[in-house]
Design a protein. Structure first.
Length: 96
């Protein structure tokens, strides 16, 4: 299991534990961007309120996208983080 895949697995556990996998669970996927770079995705959601995805390009480049009610954030947005710890702090502060 590579580093990105481990980060994705850890995020699934986090989302399930924090009730952010309500509708369709929290799933791991894989994608490819326009220039051919692969990344892992992890989905999260709250029924009728929030849908989101975490794109993991590497341990130093993690993107979080969301749509729906997110306390003090806009209805839709995207943020990039340079560490897993910073991404988890953001998720904790705004979605838990």
């Amino acid at each position: 299991m590579d580093t990105r895949q481990q980060i994705a697995a850890d995020l699934v556990e986090f989302f399930v534990a924090k009730n952010l996998a309500q509708v369709y669970g929290s799933e791991i996927g894989q994608g490819t961007n326009k220039i051919g770079r692969t990344y892992y995705t992890v989905t999260f959601c709250r029924a009728y309120k929030l849908d989101g995805v975490v794109n993991i390009y590497g341990p130093n480049f993690i993107q979080i996208k969301w749509q729906g009610a997110a306390r003090d954030l806009g209805r839709r947005g995207s943020e990039v983080f340079r560490s897993v710890a910073d991404a988890e702090k953001f998720l904790w502060a705004h979605f838990v």
